[in-house]
Design a binder for this molecule. Structure first.
Ligand SMILES: Cc1cc2nc3c(=O)[nH]c(=O)nc-3n(C[C@H](O)[C@H](O)[C@H](O)COP(=O)(O)OP(=O)(O)OC[C@H]3O[C@@H](n4cnc5c(N)ncnc54)[C@H](O)[C@@H]3O)c2cc1C
Length: 593
């Protein structure tokens, strides 16, 4: 069975040294954050995920979720007990609002625990992940009464939350939604329709499930402008606020799927279920986007998390498996062959993964820090910049980390040779589980369109201008001999990003197909640029501490060197593809495919 050990040292490095989260101790939630507390949370999180969640990963994959004839489900053996242990340990409350029972700690710390959970057991981690997203949406758009009614139980984990957008005929294009909401005399609505592929739509470990459902009120405007958001609890609450009568909704079937077998992916039927409007009629997408954005960041993290666990096991295998001699002469002459880690091609795959994982971790955590700044800073300019960054970076976290994360899982599988394809070693599960992350929460193609079509031009390009200015300031401050390699890498990538952005401005406005055709490669150029910045920041700290006697810093510098010299060259290919425009994609008529 594969192993998982949370990369606590690297997490501490990013939180304490690179992001220096203690320097924000004037902000709510950061003030109590001693290094000891950070260590304690990371160490306990590592223990919980290794001992409780990870052993159930294979169990969940093998058993899957079973639906009973009454629509209830049985999750894999051990999931209910693990869920109980998670809630009793307070793991769902870390960054939640203290007004509703949360601990109010920074998201940038919570994200490390989320990464651990997602590495250890992605299917399981989705249950609390979606609850967290649903609670964020209610907190952002719900009435005070709704917040007080639902949030304390969702924060504690006693109740779960789900996200209901997709219908059989509409996934990306939610404007085509058919689910109906009929207003009732008492101010509630009757919700009718079918939602499909609803993650965690049922479970057997919470007392209630709070479904957030998008639907159209009778007579609403056509398309996306007529969509409203509703709270539809599995059990309608009684006068004391406890789960009472069963609502007219439930799991009509479970999907058979490629991976994440331990998560209940449900067809949800709403047959005149009682629903409560969240916010204003026809403005449902605005609030649902709070949940979708939280989920997109969580999905990006899944890409990193699966790449991390598969990497750890690939390293073990590569050191253990003896095959062939090194081309430059035996490295383990006392053994019948050398371990495969001596072979350059195996090294290439390991280094690609290691440089990706560490860059992705820094990037995801830095993005989460922006989330904290957006909501906690007292300085309006800081809040505004952080909010702009969140908009710009979310599609990149989602799509770049999952595109590359899946490639990491495939590389780790490849390192295992035939053992990677067979079930016994567990590597194929990581590939299967990770695969969905490129699809749900808006496919990666749709993320790229969002970046190019909406986020980039938003507010006159204010976000990318601020990002470029931040990189320029870093480059100016760090243009030293020691930093040359990393800063030159950043400079070159930033120039390529600017060239791609300029090309989009000149060619995408007149012909939108050009912008759409460029979007995937543009998103990747942007992803590499953020990583180049993160690697330069990590190298700066590592250089300062390289003589400390801790080999961690020399290792960091070497991995950063690999990133700059072996991974950044891919940006040139992406730029060349951006500049071809849409024409090569439309050379053939539809009939010629
Ligand atoms: C396991 C699983 C769990 C899920 N969980 C949930 C959940 O909890 N809640 C929920 O509401 N949904 C959920 N989904 C649904 C998921 O979010 C959708 O599958 C996803 O958004 C894509 O929609 P679709 O499958 O209808 O693809 P389609 O929209 O049919 O797209 C098909 C293809 O066309 C491309 N495409 C579509 N429009 C464009 C465009 N304008 N430009 C370029 N390309 C385009 C897409 O990128 C894709 O490649 C889940 C799905 C799965 C498989």
């Amino acid at each position: 069975m594969p192993r998982y050990d949370a990369p606590v040292r690297d997490m501490r490095f990013i939180l304490n040294e690179v992001l220096n989260i203690h320097s924000y101790n004037n902000l709510p939630g950061f003030s109590d954050l001693s290094e000891d507390l950070v260590d304690a949370i990371l160490n306990e999180g590592a223990k919980f995920t290794k001992e409780v969640l990870h052993p159930l990963n294979v169990v969940g994959d093998n058993q899957g979720v079973v639906r009973n004839s009454d629509g209830s489900v049985k999750t894999p053996d051990g999931f209910p007990e693990a869920y109980k242990a998670m809630t009793e340990g307070g793991w769902t409350t870390l960054s939640a609002n203290p007004e509703f029972g949360g601990q109010g700690l920074p998201h940038v710390l919570d994200v490390a625990v989320s990464e651990m959970m997602s590495s250890a057991n992605m299917a399981f981690a989705m249950y609390p992940g979606l609850t967290h997203g649903a609670a964020s949406a209610i907190e952002a758009g719900g009435s005070q009464e709704q917040k007080e009614t639902y949030l304390p139980k969702m924060v504690s984990g006693e109740w779960a939350g789900t996200m209901n957008l997709t219908e059989p005929h509409c996934g990306t294009d939610l404007g085509m939604m058919k689910t109906k909401a009929v207003p009732q005399a008492d101010g509630t609505y009757k919700i009718s329709g079918q939602k499909i592929w609803i993650s965690g739509g049922e479970n057997d470990f919470t007392d209630n499930i709070i479904h957030l459902v998008l639907a159209k009120i009778e007579g609403a405007p056509e398309g996306i402008k007529g969509v409203s958001l509703f709270i539809v609890p599995k059990f309608i609450l009684d006068a004391d606020g406890n789960p009472g009568e069963r609502n007219a909704c439930g799991c009509g079937g479970l999907e058979e799927k490629m991976g994440i077998h331990g998560n209940a992916t449900c067809v949800m039927n709403y047959d005149g279920a009682t629903g409560y409007l969240v916010g204003e009629p026809n403005k449902g997408m605005r609030t649902m986007f709070v949940m979708m954005n939280a989920a997109r960041l969580g999905v990006g993290l899944q890409g990193l998390a699966q790449s991390e666990i598969s990497y750890q096991n690939a390293v073990d295998f590569a050191k253990d498996r003896l095959q062939s001699r090194s081309v430059s002469g035996p490295k383990a002459p006392d053994k019948p062959a050398d371990p495969v880690i001596v072979h350059p091609d195996v090294r290439r795959m390991l280094m690609d993964q290691k440089a990706f994982n560490e860059g992705a971790r820094a990037f995801a955590y830095w993005t989460m820090l922006q989330n904290d700044l957006e909501h906690r800073s007292e300085d309006e300019a800081v809040r505004e910049k952080a909010g702009d960054y969140m908009g710009l970076l979310t599609p990149i976290v989602k799509a770049f980390l999952t595109d590359k994360g899946l490639q990491g899982c495939i590389d780790a599988q490849q390192i295992h040779g035939g053992s990677g394809f067979t079930k016994e070693w567990g590597m194929e599960q990581f590939v299967r589980d990770c695969r969905i992350a490129l699809i749900y929460e808006g496919t990666n193609g749709v993320q790229a369109l969002d970046l190019v079509g909406r986020k980039l031009p938003s507010k006159g390009g204010r976000a990318i201008m601020a990002f470029n200015a931040e990189l320029d300031a870093f480059i100016a401050e760090n243009d030293s001999e020691d930093m040359k390699l990393y800063v030159d890498g950043l400079k070159a990538t930033k120039a390529q990003l600017q060239e791609a952005t300029m090309w989009l401005m000149q060619n995408g406005m007149t012909n939108p197909d050009n912008a759409a055709a460029a979007s995937h490669d543009y998103l990747h150029i942007f992803g590499y640029t953020t990583f180049a910045y993160m690697w330069a920041r990590m190298a700066k700290i590592a250089l300062e501490k390289k003589d400390s006697g801790d080999g961690f810093y020399a290792e960091k510098l070497a991995t950063g060197r690999y990133f700059v010299t072996r991974m950044l060259p891919d940006v040139a290919a992406h730029l060349a593809k951006v500049k071809t425009g849409a024409e090569p994609l439309f050379l053939l008529e539809e009939s010629q495919f």
